[in-house]
Design a protein around this ligand. Structure first.
Ligand SMILES: [Fe+2]
Length: 310
């Protein structure tokens, strides 16, 4: 084989591998997965509390498989549902989104918004993905999404709107103090003032944010949250097997791109993590319609089982 032939064969092999990886990535974006984690954070003696964490649906009206899968999550009968935003990816997404969420809205719940609840996605240079923070390529004239209507629908179903707000929810008889912020990725976050009467008498304190920016995690940690739930990162979306995420699309480190961690230190059940807050990042269920690919990072919802052990 001549050098020119060897080069041509190598090039053809690389091209075939690229096409194969792309085809797999498109398929993987539809491999919806339920991940489960256990967080020993409840007061001693309490029974488990099951929290369904959903995030980053990025729904378009034609995504019937995702709609059916999300509806099926109601079979888990969670005690609480937390939605960490980025629900829509199309101006016509609200009716199908509410259809997808309708069985979940029967349970106690809480939510915050992400940038993809306020503004429709637009085509961006794929190379932006490799920047740590891709906000500089945001359109100057974005198409607005029906965020207010979505918030009204969720609120009317009883879910707690945590947009720069505090609230309390009762789930399986347990009182949970909630604190949330509007999307830090859009700099819309204004951390709520401290409770005027001090800490309420509750079983658990939970922080909820779309994007897990360091400033927000620090605020929730110092505010006394026992556990923080976040989305936004898509788990890195395009990951390297046995290495993980390359980017988080915010300033949190890539090792915390998804899963259960501690903040600011190691997990509270690990050496050195005694002063940390539990932190869970959901890799979410969607992608931008302009980059409908996931690799080594399946779309997910997460059943977070809170157990006693604090
Ligand atoms: Fe997202």
């Amino acid at each position: 084989m001549t050098p020119a032939t060897r080069a041509a064969v190598a090039l053809a092999g690389a091209a075939a591998a690229g096409v194969g990886a792309l085809a797999w990535g498109v398929a993987e974006a539809h491999m919806f997965t339920l991940r489960e984690v256990t967080v020993p954070v409840l007061p001693a003696g309490q029974p488990d509390l099951r929290v369904l964490h959903v995030s980053d649906l990025h729904l378009t009206p034609s995504q019937h498989d995702k709609i059916a899968w999300v509806r099926s999550l109601a079979d888990l009968a969670p005690d609480l549902v937390v939605d960490t935003g980025d629900n829509m990816a199309h101006v016509g997404a609200l009716p199908p989104l509410l259809h997808a969420l309708e069985p979940l809205l029967r349970f106690p719940g809480a939510f915050v918004m992400g940038s993809n609840d306020y503004f429709a996605p637009s085509f961006k240079n794929p190379a932006r993905y490799l920047r740590a923070d891709a906000r500089t390529s945001r359109s100057s004239d974005p198409v607005r999404l029906p965020a207010d209507e979505l918030a009204a629908a969720m609120s009317s179903a009883g879910w707690k709107d945590l947009t720069n707000r505090r609230d309390t929810v009762v789930a399986d008889g347990r009182r949970i103090a909630l604190v949330g912020v509007d999307d830090p990725h859009l700099d819309r976050d204004v951390f709520p003032a401290a409770e005027p009467g001090g800490l309420p008498d509750v079983d658990l304190r939970m922080g909820v944010t779309h994007a897990p920016y360091v400033r927000t995690l620090d605020q929730m940690h110092h505010d006394g949250s026992d556990v923080i739930l976040a989305g936004h990162t898509h788990g890195g979306q395009l990951c390297v097997p046995f290495y993980g995420a390359l980017v988080t699309n915010c300033d949190v480190d890539r090792r915390r791109a998804k899963g259960l961690h501690g903040w600011p230190g190691p997990r509270p059940d690990q050496p050195g993590g005694e002063d940390s807050t539990w932190m869970h990042v959901c890799a979410g269920l969607g992608t931008s319609p302009y980059a409908p690919v996931r690799f080594a990072c399946r779309p997910e919802a997460v059943l977070v089982t809170l157990t006693s052990g604090r």
